[in-house]
Design a protein around this ligand. Sequence first.
Ligand SMILES: [Zn+2]
Length: 150
Amino acid sequence: MDKFMKRAVELAAANVRNGGQPFGAVLVKENEIVAEGVNELHNTYDISGHAEMLAIRKAQSELQTHDLSDYTIYASGEPCPMCLAAMYLSGMKQGYYCASVETAAETGLGASQAIYADFKKPKSERKLSMKQIPLEEGQENPMEIWQNKQ
Ligand SMILES: [Zn+2]
């Protein structure tokens, strides 16, 4: 196994022994580990405390950049939609995972698989209801302010 994935899996196993979920991630650039993370949901009241999110946050905070386009993530588990979106938003172009969301679901960690399945449905049929509330006439429009500043 690739040394970076091996490290991610080791982090995940250690996290389980420490009371957490089996997820670890390492962020790599030019064959060097830049940041690591493990799922910290057992320690924090932060639903975004996933291994990949924490590795990305650490790197961006230390490097003072939003751009991780030259970085690669190695995650012990296939990223959930939130982490995958963070990877997209950071400009990342590739990542690797070990356990799939299907495997995670088989071990009782099925949230990612359920969300991915929900995303395939039309908005109106999803489990989470999201409805638009349009601006009222004459109301300040933040999008217009933004557009005019460009
Ligand atoms: Zn995640």
